[in-house]
Design a protein around this ligand. Structure first.
Ligand SMILES: [Zn+2]
Ligand SMILES: [Zn+2]
Length: 423
C-alpha cells in the first residue's frame, strides 16, 4: 500500500491580508492610479475629481499613515515624509524615498533600521506610481516587429535587443505635455530625467508583461497560434487592468506571432470596467493575424455557465490569471473556489501569476489540496520591472507583478502501486 499522504498544511493568510490599511484590490497590496483616474468618456466610477491635482492629492493621502506607529491620515503632517526629518547617520548623497510618512521624529528614528533596507527601492515606487498615470496617455511606448521567433526570446534582455534604440521613443514621452502636466499637478518634486526614463521603462514593462506572460502559457502548454486559432480567458481581471483599456492592449501578441491564425483575449472579472473592450466574446475564433479583445463583468464560473456552456463564447485554450490572490482566505470564499474546481474538472490549461514567491507557495498549497495536476512553477522571465509597495506594511520589500507563475491542468492522477508480475 502507498504511504499515507501527509496532511496538507492549511493555507496561511496571505501576508497582504495582515493589518491592512486602506486596502483596495482583493490582495490589497497597492492602490493604483487607475482607481483614481476618472473613467474615459466622463463616466466616472466610484471616484471622480475636479482636477488632476486633486486626484494626485487624494492618492498621496492614502499613503499618509505613520510607517512606524500607524497613526492614521490627519495625524501625520505633510512635512513628516521620509525626506525632511533629520536622520541619525544619513548616508552621503542619499536620495530619500519621499514615500513613507512619520508622525514624529521618534517614530522615524525607531523605524529607520527597518526602513533603510527598502528606502532606495521605495523611491522608485513613488516615482512609478505617478508615471503610471501616463498609461492612460502615452504609455507604453510603441514597440517593433519581432525579429526572432518567440521561443528564442527568453527574457527582457532578448526582447529589448530586438527593439533597437528606445531613446527617441522614451524621450518623446519625457518631453511631452502629459509628462509636464503630471509634474505640475503632482504633490512632489519632478525627478531627474534619467530617473523618469527608467520609470517609463518599468511602467511599460508591467503593461507588456501581460501579453508576454500569455505567450509563456502557450509555450508551457504547447499551444501554437500558427496551427489553430486560440482563445485566452483572462480571469479575475481587476478594475485597474480594464479602466482605460484599449482594443490594442494585447497587440504585442500580433507582433510576436505575425500572421497567426487568430487570437482572442476575453477579460473576465467582477471588477471589469465598462469601455471599448466591453463587447461580447466571439462564438468562434478571432480574426486572423489580429488579437481580438472582449470582456465580461462577473465571476468566471458564471461567465462559463452563461456563455461558454451555451456556446455563446468559444471554449478557452488557455486560462490566465494575473496575481488573482486566491491565496488570501478571503478571496477563496468570495468566488475563487467554484472557478478553481471548474478549471480542474474541465481540464483547462491554466496559468496564474503571483506577486512574490510566498504568494506562489501559498497558492500551490491550495491547488494541491484541490488535487490539481500541477504542471510547473517558477520565476517569470517576463515579470514586471516596476516595484510596488506592500501598502499596509511599507517596510516590506516591494513586490513585482507577475514575478512568479504556476500552471496546472486537470485532476492529479492517483498513482496506483501495482503488484510486480511474476512470469
Ligand atoms: Zn508614529
Ligand atoms: Zn525612505
Amino acid at each position: 500500500t502507498p504511504p499515507p499522504t501527509p496532511p496538507c498544511p492549511l493555507p496561511q493568510p496571505s501576508p497582504y491580508m495582515a493589518g491592512q490599511i486602506l486596502q483596495s484590490k482583493n490582495n490589497g497590496h497597492v492602490l493604483h492610479i487607475g482607481q483614481y483616474a476618472p473613467a474615459p468618456g466622463g463616466k466616472a466610477k466610484a471616484l471622480a475629481f475636479k482636477s488632476q491635482k486633486e486626484m494626485f492629492q487624494k492618492m498621496e493621502e492614502s499613503f499618509k499613515f505613520c510607517a512606524s506607529c500607524r497613526k492614521q491620515p490627519g495625524q501625520v503632517a505633510d512635512n513628516g515624509k521620509c525626506s525632511y526629518l533629520p536622520l541619525p547617520h544619513p548616508p552621503p548623497d542619499y536620495h530619500r524615498c519621499l514615500n513613507v510618512y512619520y508622525c514624529s521624529k521618534e517614530c522615524q528614528k525607531a523605524d529607520w533600521p527597518q526602513h533603510k533596507k527598502v528606502c532606495s527601492e521605495l523611491r522608485l515606487v513613488a516615482i512609478d506610481r505617478l508615471v503610471e498615470w501616463l498609461v492612460f496617455k502615452d504609455l507604453p511606448f510603441s514597440t517593433g516587429k519581432w525579429t526572432r521567433p518567440q521561443g528564442e526570446v527568453k527574457g527582457w534582455d532578448d526582447w529589448l535587443a530586438m527593439q533597437g534604440d528606445l531613446t527617441p521613443r522614451v524621450d518623446a514621452i519625457l518631453s511631452g505635455t502629459n509628462m509636464t502636466d503630471l509634474w505640475t499637478n503632482a504633490s512632489r518634486p519632478k525627478p531627474e530625467d534619467d530617473d523618469l526614463r527608467k520609470s517609463i521603462w518599468r511602467v511599460s514593462s508591467e503593461f507588456l508583461s501581460r501579453p508576454m506572460t500569455i505567450a509563456l502559457g502557450f509555450r508551457l502548454f504547447g499551444l501554437n497560434p500558427y496551427s489553430k486559432p486560440l482563445t485566452i480567458h483572462l480571469i479575475g481581471v481587476s478594475d485597474n487592468e480594464t479602466l482605460g483599456a484599449r482594443l490594442t492592449d494585447y497587440d504585442e501578441l500580433d507582433r510576436m506571432f505575425p500572421g497567426h491564425k487568430g487570437l482572442e483575449v476575453v477579460m473576465v472579472g467582477p471588477e471589469v470596467v465598462d469601455g471599448p473592450i466591453m463587447r461580447p466574446p466571439l462564438t468562434n475564433s478571432g480574426p486572423k493575424t489580429k488579437t481580438y479583445i472582449s470582456a465580461y463583468k462577473g465571476l468566471y464560473h458564471q461567465f462559463f455557465e452563461e456563455l461558454v456552456e451555451t456556446e455563446k463564447a468559444a471554449k478557452p485554450d488557455l486560462v490566465v490569471g494575473f496575481h488573482p490572490g486566491f491565496d488570501a482566505s478571503q478571496g477563496l470564499d468570495q468566488g475563487w473556489l467554484p472557478t478553481l474546481l471548474l478549471l480542474r474538472d474541465y481540464e483547462i490549461p491554466s496559468l496564474f501569476t503571483a506577486l512574490e514567491k510566498t504568494e506562489m507557495t501559498y497558492s500551490l498549497q491550495i491547488l494541491s489540496e484541490l488535487e490539481m495536476d500541477l504542471k510547473g512553477s517558477g520565476v517569470n522571465p517576463f515579470a514586471s520591472q516596476k516595484p510596488e509597495q506592500v501598502q499596509a506594511t511599507p517596510n516590506k520589500p516591494p513586490v513585482y507583478c507577475n514575478s512568479h507563475y504556476f500552471c496546472f491542468q486537470g485532476l492529479l492522477e492517483t498513482v496506483e502501486f501495482e503488484e510486480p508480475e511474476d512470469d
